[in-house]
Design a protein around this ligand. Structure first.
Ligand code: NAD
Ligand code: UGA
Length: 460
């Protein structure tokens, strides 16, 4: 088996950056180069001030500090990095298609194909090509066909090695994964990748499968996780009308070891770049094989999630006497979950959009998301002009500024710091009655109501 001395990763995003940093940290004898077309992103990865890394993840700065400049490099020279590598990870984005056949459902594979063509054009020696991006089942066949037909007569072995890290806990997840999954056909290529991971992952947690099982397992893992969130969110609505409390129900069912306690936290709806995209992709694949019942079953997970976001916004409007026109609503949190600066598909975007349609004035505070990202997210929806988004939405750097004079507070992200605020002082400075709409069940009802808030939480 060939020893891997140089690894290249194409794509320096939320997955490529942290994953390769840990691979480099744990394999000091392997040179790891992460490349991207985005110069600003690469500059940020190379920034001497680790506060400026493009991805915020607890513990990432320490890992980068360990390896960067030693055996971890970030560059925009894609061709050189491809040429020199023994093993190439493809970790580019695979968003939902926004055009043509499969629009709004299928994964857009144009970035993946571009990578394959570039690898084929540049490679002068045999390469192991690893799919790190999340891909539709059977993508490896398309990759192989491109590589074999346009290459320079070199051998390519394709492996599927999907990533299971969650944002906000990426470094813990990478250091101590439940499992590493490697799918492939060539046992020597599989073994080469197993050795990279064996530097820190116990062998029994490295699973090997055929290519198609590995590709499909990634979509299925995300579908099952998202399904649990939609399941408990469906029950949250039932709790609200029956007097049950969704946290108590979660706890009661989670004690059953067959069900398990994780991923049963009711919320304003799941966000993030992957759950929706990957389920839509699964639905699209099932439909394309004519499996209508299968497709409809999984589509319901998305439908329920959209319902949950809309329901949260509607509840705010109804509770505030059926009008939010001109009222100040303070948004605590914009990221799709705590401990990340990622806002992709965040529930906050859709809740805000719904309230802005009613001409609410929203003041946003998020500890990690900058103002330009918030406006970009709203502008992307195209519901109203960017001038109107700027007229109706203010972004502040101080939470107390957001809450000053607010008619209501909506908690969209479960940042720990929100718990530590002086809620009595906040109430004093808000309009009365002072409403709190807790989309994360973060605060304590008893505490808030004793201060005098009108407190509403999902599933209570
Ligand atoms: P991202 O958008 O943060 O990063 C992708 C990067 O690839 C971008 O910086 C982009 O500039 C770069 N890129 C695109 N085409 C390129 C090309 N031809 N050459 C060089 N660079 C190119 O995306 P991400 O969140 O890191 O996700 C990447 C993949 O990993 C997706 O398939 C996603 O589904 C999957 N995934 C993501 C997560 C997550 O938590 N974000 C977790 C597991 C799996
Ligand atoms: C998810 C998976 O957990 C990862 O295993 C996977 O690698 C990744 O998607 C991916 O493929 O991108 P991520 O989206 O980063 O990770 O974060 P999660 O912790 O899964 O949370 C997703 C969303 O569900 C968040 O909005 C979160 O707030 C919400 N959620 C999660 C709930 O509302 N309730 C829960 O009990 C759990």
């Amino acid at each position: 088996m060939k020893e891997i001395k140089k690894i290249t990763c194409i794509g320096a995003g939320y997955v490529g950056g942290p994953t390769m940093s840990v691979i480099a940290q744990k394999n000091p004898n392997v040179i790891v180069t992460v490349v991207d077309l985005n110069q600003a992103r690469i500059d940020a990865w190379n920034d001497a001030d680790l506060e400026n890394l493009p991805v915020y993840e607890p513990g990432l700065d320490a890992v980068v500090a360990d390896a960067r400049g030693r055996n971890l490099f970030f560059s925009t020279d894609v061709e050189k990095a491809i040429d020199e590598a023994d093993m190439i990870f493809i970790s580019v984005n695979t968003p939902t298609k926004t055009y043509g056949k499969g629009k709004g459902q299928a994964a857009d594979l144009k970035y993946i194909e571009l990578c394959a063509r570039q690898i084929a054009a540049v490679a002068k020696s045999d390469k192991i090509v690893v799919e790190k991006s999340t891909l539709p089942v059977r993508t490896a066949a398309a990759l192989k066909s491109i590589l074999d037909n346009t290459g320079n007569g070199v051998n390519f072995h394709i492996l599927s090695n999907p990533e299971f890290l969650a944002e906000g806990t990426a470094i813990v997840d990478l250091h101590n994964p439940d499992r590493v999954l490697i799918g492939g056909e060539d046992s020597a290529a599989i073994e080469a990748l197993v050795q990279v991971y064996e530097a820190w992952v116990p062998r029994e947690r490295i699973l090997t499968t055929n290519l198609w099982s590995s590709e499909l397992s990634k979509l299925v893992a995300n579908a099952f996780l998202a399904q649990r969130v939609s399941s408990i969110n469906a029950i949250s609505e039932l709790c609200e009308v029956t007097g049950a409390n969704v946290d108590e129900v979660s706890r009661a069912i989670g004690y059953d070891s067959r069900i398990g306690s994780k991923f049963l936290k009711a919320s304003v709806g799941f966000g993030g770049s992957c759950f929706q995209k990957d389920i839509l992709n699964l639905v699209y694949i099932a439909r394309s094989y004519g499996l209508t019942a299968v497709a409809d079953y999984w589509e319901q997970v998305i439908i329920l999630n959209d319902h949950q976001k809309a329901r949260f916004a509607e509840n705010i409007i109804q509770t505030m006497y059926n009008t939010v026109n001109g009222k100040n609503i303070a948004f605590l949190g914009w990221a799709f979950k705590k401990d990340t600066n990622d806002t992709r598909e965040s529930a906050a975007i859709y809740v805000a959009d719904h309230l802005l349609e009613e001409e609410a004035h929203i003041v946003v505070y998020d500890p990690k998301v900058p103002a330009e990202q918030i406006y970009k997210d709203l502008d992307y929806l195209g519901t109203r002009s960017s001038e109107d988004n700027r007229r109706l939405v203010t972004v502040v750097n101080d939470p107390y500024e957001a809450l000053q004079g607010a008619h209501a507070v909506a908690i969209l992200t479960e940042w720990d710091e929100f718990r530590t605020y002086d809620w009595a002082k906040i109430r004093e400075e808000m309009k009365k009655p002072a409403f709190v709409f807790d989309g994360r069940k973060l605060l304590k009802r008893d505490q808030l109501t004793s201060i005098g808030f009108d407190y509403y939480a999902i599933g209570e």
